[in-house]
Write a protein that binds this ligand. Structure first.
Ligand SMILES: [Fe+2]
Length: 232
């Protein structure tokens, strides 16, 4: 079974990246470009449990805590709405569960952005998830996510993208991860997931993601596609 990767651009990606740029400019001293973040933050090799713990994660995730009061969250939800409209056209399902807040990946030179190669389903993500990977900086060579091309073969290829380009792919059952970034720039990306609503309603309501103790339902990890701009 082969991985299929759909590369495309969404209008709201630019707005979301502009908001994140403004946020980092106001909170991270000396910030001037996403690609140069490594010049400003500590780059100790990431270990299990620390791959979401740089200063950049802290700044962005604490802004997300403001919910829809945050211009970045608002732009993210508008991007989700744009994506869901696209998914409706492709798959003809009206109702989707969409990841409430995106995950940020900061891939510093001489470092990784995720601790280990894995399948998202290893961490209790449901099998039907579709992953939306948005490149904020360019993603090239070792400064990119490496994705299995044939199920179970571990034939990883870099997910190379231009800034603001999205890849829609399956990371639920296809293995993926990072190598040490030997390029001379920081790769920044977002990833977030959607799944047809009917695929999660019949699952155990209390199923927790092994990564962050999140519950994989509409009370926590996901949001109903019709509430994207109504609910924090
Ligand atoms: Fe993953």
């Amino acid at each position: 079974m082969l991985q299929t990767i759909d590369r495309k651009y969404f209008k709201y990606s630019q707005i979301l990246c502009d908001e994140l740029f403004k946020l980092l400019t106001s909170k991270l001293e000396g910030f001037s470009a996403f690609e140069n973040i490594h010049l400003l933050i500590n780059s100790k090799l990431l270990e299990k449990g620390t791959d979401q713990a740089t200063n950049v994660h802290r700044i962005i995730y604490s802004d997300f805590d403001k919910g829809l009061q945050s211009p970045s969250v608002l732009a993210y939800r508008q991007l989700c709405r744009e994506w869901v409209n696209d998914l409706r056209l492709i798959f003809a399902f009206e109702d989707w569960a969409v990841q409430r807040y995106p995950s940020i990946r900061v891939h510093l030179p001489r470092n990784k952005s995720v601790f280990e190669f894995h399948r998202d389903s290893d961490y209790s993500h449901p099998l039907g998830e579709i992953n939306h990977f948005l490149a904020i900086t360019k993603c090239q060579k070792t400064a990119s996510l490496h994705v299995e091309q044939s199920l179970g073969w571990e034939d990883f290829k870099p997910l190379e993208l231009a800034p603001l380009q999205s890849a829609i792919l399956n990371t639920s059952i296809f293995k993926h991860g990072d190598f040490i970034n030997v390029e001379e720039y920081t790769r920044l990306s977002l990833d977030f997931r959607a799944i047809p609503l009917h695929c999660i309603v019949n699952q155990e309501a209390t199923r927790a993601s092994l990564t962050k103790g999140k519950t994989m339902d509409l009370t926590d990890y996901y949001l109903h596609s019709s509430n994207l701009l109504d609910e924090d």
